[in-house]
Design a protein. Structure first.
Length: 308
């Protein structure tokens, strides 16, 4: 169990300050999300510790320490070694020393860009508001523990206002755009695929039907069904590859606004998604071509020659 001043997707405190680094005298304007947490916060929230250490009980206000995320290091420390780096950013010029670096997290929305984050031990700050948020990780289904957690907190502080819920429920609103976007885009994608199948089948069926006479002549002068099929597949393959290339170029441009609906780790230009889409369209085109071509090859050459 751990406590924090803010939790992801529920609240955020953002600071715009000037960082003054000890030793070098270098100054850097910075904007970062701030949070005060207890030592077990990163473990409870499963935020990976990349370097250094997490907070411990002795971090209670003696020597000011902080933990920053990887984006903070990238933007504001440049090539400096982050562990042990000291800087001040308050009016009293109190130095803060970095003791750890963690992986960045989303703060308010799923589609937001990476943001610098700074964490302080709750024991070394004076919170200007009484609201504290607790987080607890359970090996059993979290929903089954809600009543027990509420009773425990009620015994600890009978007059406090309490709201106990699972993390999934607490951050559910943040996932709403992704869920709505997934439903809308999935429906549009399914409809688009259906239209593609119908359009490809109709176009290829019409094209193959118009070439019955040509197919008949080729077969009459000795061309095998395999050679005729290879000729038609090769021709339509070139058309399909050109269409896929054009569609891929357009989709790389129009999918950028969709990043707001995507979960962390998934990019609007995700290669696996584009490869999967091209494979689906390729298989769809092959199936659409197979039927009309098979019917055309089953027709006798003399009957093909009589076709207009």
């Amino acid at each position: 169990m751990a406590a924090s001043a803010t939790n992801p997707f529920n609240d955020a405190r953002r600071y715009g300050v000037t960082l003054a680094f000890d030793g070098t005298g270098a100054k850097q304007k910075a904007q970062f999300n701030w949070n005060a947490v207890t030592p077990g916060f990163f473990h409870a929230m499963q935020i990976p510790l990349l370097r250094g250490r997490a907070f411990v009980a002795r971090d209670n206000g003696g020597s000011k320490v902080v933990i920053v995320n990887d984006e903070f290091v990238r933007r504001y420390l440049g090539g400096r070694e982050p562990l042990g780096a000291a800087f001040s950013w308050t009016t009293d010029k109190t130095p803060y020393r970095i003791v750890g670096v963690v992986k960045g997290t989303k703060c308010m929305t799923m589609g937001e860009d990476a943001r610098p984050q700074l964490y302080e031990p709750m024991g070394q700050v004076n919170l200007d508001r009484p609201r504290i948020q607790f987080v607890a990780r359970s090996v059993t289904p979290p929903a089954a523990q809600l009543k027990a957690v509420q009773e425990t907190l009620r015994r600890a502080e009978p007059v406090a206002g309490l709201e106990v819920q699972t993390m999934f429920s607490a951050i559910g609103f943040a996932f709403l755009p992704s869920q709505v976007g997934a439903i809308l885009m999935g429906s549009m994608g399914a409809l688009g695929l259906l239209l593609v199948v119908m359009g490809l089948y109709g176009l290829l069926a019409y094209s193959v039907a118009r070439r019955k006479r040509e197919i008949g002549i080729r077969m009459a002068i000795g061309a095998s069904s395999w050679h005729v099929s290879a000729m038609v597949v090769k021709e339509f393959g070139r058309m399909m590859l050109a269409g896929l290339a054009i569609g891929l170029a357009i989709s790389l441009l129009v999918t950028r606004p969709l990043s707001l609906f995507l979960v962390p780790g998934l990019s609007s230009s995700d290669p696996a998604s584009f490869v999967a889409a091209m494979l689906v369209l390729g298989v769809t085109a092959a199936l659409a071509l197979a039927g009309p071509l098979r019917r055309a090859l089953k027709v006798a050459p003399m009957e093909c020659l009589r076709c207009e």
